[in-house]
Design a binder for this molecule. Sequence first.
Ligand code: FAD
Length: 467
Amino acid sequence: KSTLLWFRRDLRLGDHPALTAAAARGTVIPVFIHDDSVANLGAAPKWRLGLSLECLGAALEAKGSRLILRRGPALEVLEELIEETGVDAVYWSRLYDGTAQERDSRVKEELGNNGIEAKSFGGHVLFEPWTVATQQGNFYKVYTPFWKSVRDREVDTPLPAPDLTAPSEWPGSEALPDWELGAGMARGESIVRRFANPGESAAQSRLGAFMAQGVDEYATRRDLPAEDGTSNMSEHLTTGEISPAQLWHAALREEKDGKAGAETFRKELVWRDFAYHLLYHTPRLTEGNWREEWDAFPWNEDERRKEVTAWKQARTGIPIVDAGLREMYVTGRMHNRVRMNVASYLSKHLMCHWLIGLKWFEDCLIDWDIANNALGWQWAAGSGPDAAPYFRIFNPETQAKRFDPDHAYIKRWIAEGQENPSKDALSYFDAIPASWGLSPSDPYPAPIVSADEGRKRALDAYENRGF
Ligand code: FAD
């Protein structure tokens, strides 16, 4: 028997239920399809995907297999490959956003009608979204009860990478460089490349180091942006270079060994599952205010406003906000505490629609994740389920004092006004387009909207609307 393994956001060989099942049937032909789900990615995630595909291709070759690359609408490409290779099954790992669900249902139905076994498997989340329900049988809208309902659940033990049997003849493949996945990286691929860590084996080494050194203090250090106190697993999870079950089990082992931060780490991992749970049950999570009453809020929706440009170019004059936006532009990542501040400042102090920020993150983050990004923005803006109430407005000055007391993080990313700016702070100016006209010798700007003024304006707008 012979199976097409359709890789999507599961670019690994270990703990891959679909791949293991395909390998158990006989010959496996791994394929990745450049369809709309790739064409529509933002610049940084698309570029990062290319690095991941390169690693997956090499890992498959080391096992005597290959990664076949094809471009086109998924169903058409799969039908062509079925015709060319004579496989009798197509296996893949499930995705949970509305667009992927619709496409995959159609693929399943069409292939099934033609006598092909079309089967989807788990692996992208810990708990399938339909298996977690409240006592009334509804989905969860609040995180804490969601966590309580899953914290003691069994998660399948991660599977080893299977041996793969190659077909006697391989179908043709396109060449990865021809896809030009990095074409949109105007921000300087080589700069972000210093910070990306692609591939399954890199993910495993990083996980090992974090569990050995970082997890014990995770609960106390995870909120300090100047420290390397978090796992950095997000770029691996979003590409599927590692599975959440592998992280869960690694953390459980440390928890049994008495490591203090291990349960907190599992809790954060469950935020990711919660985001997918919400996305699956309410696909509109990515599209607009989850709480529809927020449609009446006077959001600024014009992306050309000068406040939006200042925010994107990281010169709002609020150091913690600018530092975060610069970190993202240079590294493709941003510390979670700072993401919350940056998002709160755009949606509350500047009263700009959170979708503008969501899209900017989507273009800049190498760990962009459809569910986490949407939940993060809705949470920060106050429009989401389980969101911080609108009137609890982050004060970026107090936040900086509390979480970056020595200004180590701010100094790392803001060059202006410093005698000896750090290499990272200067690299921001190498990364940005010349057309922005910014220089490290410019004076640091005054706040476009100060912490107090923004807070007052946002609260007035909120109260005037009778929220
Ligand atoms: P760790 O602290 O080591 O956590 C381990 C894993 O748990 C993370 O990799 C992630 O998968 C999950 N996790 C941790 N915190 C959260 C959270 N608040 N929500 C959901 N899952 C979480 N995360 C992304 O992966 N991609 C995004 O595009 C993204 N956009 C965000 C946008 C905003 C406005 C906000 C406030 C948060 C966003 N997050 C996003 C969540 C969070 O900031 C990142 O997951 C985290 O910073 C990644 O770093 P880490 O892997 O070192 O995290």
